[in-house]
Design a protein around this ligand. Structure first.
Ligand SMILES: Nc1nc2c(ncn2[C@@H]2O[C@H](COP(=O)(O)OP(=O)(O)OP(=O)(O)O)[C@@H](O)[C@H]2O)c(=O)[nH]1
Ligand SMILES: [Mg+2]
Ligand SMILES: [Zn+2]
Length: 348
């Protein structure tokens, strides 16, 4: 017999959340986790129940005041409406495609990020670095999952290339279609833990979720046809429950969040992540003569000195420059945007 507390713990309930939930409120509201997001509604799961409720908040707020997959909510027991969204341990978001004044929330309260890439044309160290920056910035543990090992003549070389990006980085090589090959990924996703899968379209994120959960209802892309477009590209964000076998008995495992493939990953307000992922480069830059050195032609530039001495990889420095520049430009644009929308709402 499971205790109610255990059920919430299986959903990912942690002290961080219970501390935000005054016990005297439990008569009127109950905590529930967002399992999937639909137009105007969210599917939530709580202690022994699952329900579809309106996604609106009592008081509409800022861009991040919307429920996303993985969120913990307090739900009114009578009206079945959201009372509030609990503060998040982590939040993945990006500028909304086609409308950079809005942000798109991808997933909340994630413990581990599976950065999924295929041992095919998709493999690209610059893209992997972008996802690593994102993971650092958001504060979740990254794991690189290299799929389609069965389609590559020399997948081990790619494992080595990925591992070189960050000391201690976990890199897993799998055939996503083979349950035995993906089984060890379950170690990253114990009871109550949440793993989000991100990566380009077609790399095999939904396939991994399908194989790991044993689900038959998750749609994956058909093998790519001449137009290069799959027919079952994921469009919703949804969490899937893992069943794990422990001590001979079957227990509920953690949660996998499938996300739609991203065509491009824009970086904004990620300077901490860039600094940490490129710490080999940023440490050298500390020794530049000028603190605002652009590392182009300044005297006393430690980056250029290290490049000349062969102590830094020119390709990695070039990727660092590009990401830092992109972050600086889009972050200042975001600041301007916020200032403008702040003014606009004051006038209303
Ligand atoms: N041979 C082989 N095929 C794979 C593997 N993983 C995925 N595939 C195939 O690759 C295609 C795309 O897989 P999906 O799982 O739909 O890709 P996705 O990342 O979810 O794509 P989006 O939803 O568009 O982001 C499907 O035809 C899968 O069967 C693998 O490890 N080996
Ligand atoms: Mg998919
Ligand atoms: Zn410099």
């Amino acid at each position: 017999m499971e205790t109610p507390d255990l059920l919430l713990a299986q959903l990912g309930w942690k002290p961080f959340f219970s501390e935000q939930f005054p016990p005297e409120d439990s008569d009127s509201v109950q905590p529930a986790r967002v399992i999937s997001v639909h137009r105007g509604r969210v599917t939530v799961a709580g202690e022994g129940y699952e329900d579809s409720i309106p996604s609106g908040l009592p008081v509409p707020g800022g861009a991040e005041d919307r429920p996303t997959v993985g969120d913990w909510l307090l739900v009114d027991r009578n009206s079945r409406t959201i009372v509030r969204i609990l503060a998040r341990t982590s939040l993945f978001k990006r500028p909304a495609p086609g409308d950079d004044r809005r942000v798109q929330l991808i997933a909340a309260n994630v413990d581990t990020l599976f950065i999924v890439t295929a041992c095919t044309q998709d493999f690209n160290v610059a893209r992997l670095e972008r996802y690593l920056v994102l993971a650092r910035e958001v504060g979740v543990r990254p794991v690189v999952v290299l799929t389609k090992a069965d389609l590559s003549p020399e997948p081990e070389a790619l494992v080595v290339a990925a591992q070189a990006l960050q000391a201690g980085l976990r890199v897993e090589l799998v055939n996503g279609l083979d349950p035995a090959s993906v089984a060890h990924l379950l170690d990253y996703c114990g009871v109550g833990e949440t793993v989000a899968l991100v990566g380009s379209s077609g790399v095999g994120k939904s396939t991994l979720v399908k194989t790991l959960t044993g689900s038959t209802s998750i749609a994956t892309q058909a093998v790519r046809e001449d137009d290069g477009k799959g027919r079952h590209t994921t469009t919703v964000r949804e969490m899937y429950r893992l069943a794990s076998v422990e001590d001979g008995g079957v227990a509920e495992g953690g949660w996998l969040v499938d996300t739609p493939g991203m065509r491009e990953l824009q970086m904004s307000e990620v300077s901490t992540g860039v600094t940490e992922v490129f710490d080999d480069v940023t440490t050298v830059a500390l020794a530049c003569k000028f603190s605002n050195c652009t590392h182009v032609a300044e005297p006393g530039c430690a980056i250029n000195a290290a490049l000349a001495a062969g102590e830094l990889d020119p390709a990695r420095v070039a990727r660092w420059r590009k990401l830092s520049h992109e972050d600086a430009v889009s972050s200042s644009a975001a600041t301007v945007r916020r200032a403008r929308s702040g003014n606009a709402s004051n006038k209303r």
